[in-house]
Design a protein around this ligand. Structure first.
Ligand code: PA5
Length: 474
């Protein structure tokens, strides 16, 4: 593993949230001070409940308790890399967004198009939908018998994932493939339908456990994310080390010494002011899908009807994904001049994987010629700074998470920072951050519509719902 040090520390700069930069539109130091006690309580709550399975807080310990699993994953990954041409994740939501995000962040942006030699591992796909066109498109580009399918589902009861499984299993069987030769299950230790399927094959499938106390959206640093990442040749030990490092950086109950707590308090204070849109805008194509992962983490965790003591609060702010600089030409106009209802979080990169010099030319056209001699890295960084500055000048709150480079170590830090931020914000709101009753309701309604046994009453209720009036259909 590479040698990482302080120079790769992820930091948070929230100057542009504060009164000093924004005047009356900013947060006063006194306001932060006024929240110090609540922040401390949120910190203590998370600390006291670390690792508790019954509260779904097992994720806090993932950087520390997986030595054996990591070794096993590395062994399996080496076998998969040697044997298969394609690696496909079948899963959805928390069982898919992490693997997609890490793939996007740490591998070549056109990985699947690289030559076999340059790629060095199997082509990689994640099927996180049940769009038939997408499934057909996958089948058009892979050879199923040369593919390792990683079926990831904690419950083994998610219609989307099990639909993907049924289709692929049928194709493999028709080709005479013994399913356990081409499939790995990542699922609950003992419950769930993937376990039943495995039992029907005499326990022949290679299986990884999605630990009891780890919910889908907090699962990237368990086998859900670690196996796909290892198959891609990503240094998963460094990723876990980065998470542990951020954990250490966040081991204070004081806002000024804990970046995740600072972010949580900023979000909480602005939420109370009615700012209900939370934009994540990485200035890096490698982090574009980090915003997708974050949207789920934030929305599913904090979008909750009631507090622990039964008060209806309908909590949560709407996460929005944005990409710098691309969305400067799409959304930033709204951020600068639209309603004062947003907080923008930038993710800035200190050193990109390459700099890309801009060639000289068009010297007789000053509007173009000035670009020559700079680099694309300079340009994207200047645009990032300029956008943050312009927002600040317009009285718009924004803060920046600085990533010195994008690698396994810093990505581990970033994930853990955002997970902790979410947990602290949930604690400030006094809500259950780790359940998802709304998602479960949708799952149940789908079961009813498709005639699953046990859901007859719900189907009858849905069928008898007042008929939609034609006058509202245009
Ligand atoms: O975060 C969550 O808990 C959800 O998004 C789940 O990950 C998603 O619904 C898939 O569930 P499962 O892993 O049980 O198939």
């Amino acid at each position: 593993m590479a040698n990482y040090n302080e120079s790769q520390r992820v930091t948070v700069d929230f100057n542009y949230m504060m009164e000093k930069s924004l005047g009356a539109k900013g947060i006063k130091d006194s306001e932060l001070k006024a929240h110090a006690k609540q922040a401390e309580e949120a910190y203590e709550y998370v600390k006291a409940n670390r690792g508790k399975d019954e509260l779904f807080m097992g994720w806090t310990e993932l950087p520390y308790n997986q030595d054996e699993i990591v070794e096993d994953i590395l062994k399996t990954a080496a076998e998969v890399r040697a044997k298969f041409k394609y690696f496909v994740v079948l899963g959805i939501g928390g069982s898919a967004l992490g693997p997609i995000m890490a793939f996007n962040a740490l591998k070549h942006l056109h990985y699947n198009e690289l030559s076999d030699e340059k790629r060095g591992g199997p082509k990689f796909y994640v099927e996180d939908n049940v769009d038939p066109v997408r499934m057909q498109a996958l089948l058009d580009v892979i050879e199923p018998e040369k593919t390792c399918f990683n079926v990831i589902s904690k419950s083994g009861a998610t219609s989307e994932t099990m639909t993907q499984y049924l289709i692929i299993a049928d194709i493999l069987k028709k080709k005479g493939v013994n399913l356990p030769d081409n499939m790995i299950f990542t699922t609950d230790a003992s419950r769930g339908n993937l376990i039943k399927i495995d039992n029907s094959y005499g326990g022949a499938f290679k299986k990884y456990v999605l630990p009891d106390g780890v919910g889908g959206r907090f699962s990237e640093m368990c086998p859900v994310g670690l196996l796909p990442a290892a198959v891609l040749g990503i240094d998963i030990k460094a990723m876990l080390k980065g998470a542990a490092y951020m954990d250490e950086l966040c081991s204070s109950a004081k806002i000024e010494n804990n970046p995740a707590l600072a972010c949580a308090v900023l979000q909480y204070v602005t939420m109370k002011q009615g700012k209900n849109i939370n934009v994540l805008m990485p200035y890096s194509d490698n982090l574009k899908l980090m915003a997708d992962w974050y949207c789920q983490l934030w929305a599913e965790s904090l979008g909750k009807a009631e507090t622990y003591d039964g008060k209806i609060i309908n909590a949560g702010t709407t996460p929005v994904k944005s990409l710098g600089v691309t969305d400067q030409h799409s959304q930033v106009q709204l951020y600068i001049e639209g309603p004062y209802d947003k907080v923008i979080t930038f993710i800035s990169v200190g050193k990109y994987a390459c700099e890309m010099p801009i060639a000289h030319g068009c010297e007789d056209i000053p509007d173009v010629g000035f670009l020559g001699g700079h680099t694309m890295q300079e340009l994207i960084q200047a645009e990032n700074k300029a956008t943050a500055y312009a927002l600040m000048r317009a009285g718009r709150m924004n803060y920046t998470i600085n990533m010195p480079v994008v690698n396994e170590f810093t990505l581990g830090q970033l994930m853990y920072l955002l997970e902790l931020q979410t947990a602290y914000t949930g604690a400030l709101l006094n809500i259950n951050t780790f359940n998802q009753p709304g998602v479960e309701d949708g799952k149940k309604a789908t079961f009813a519509l498709l005639g699953k046994r046990g859901y007859e009453a719900q189907k009858a209720e849905m069928d008898s719902a007042p008929a939609l009036e034609n006058k509202y259909i245009v």
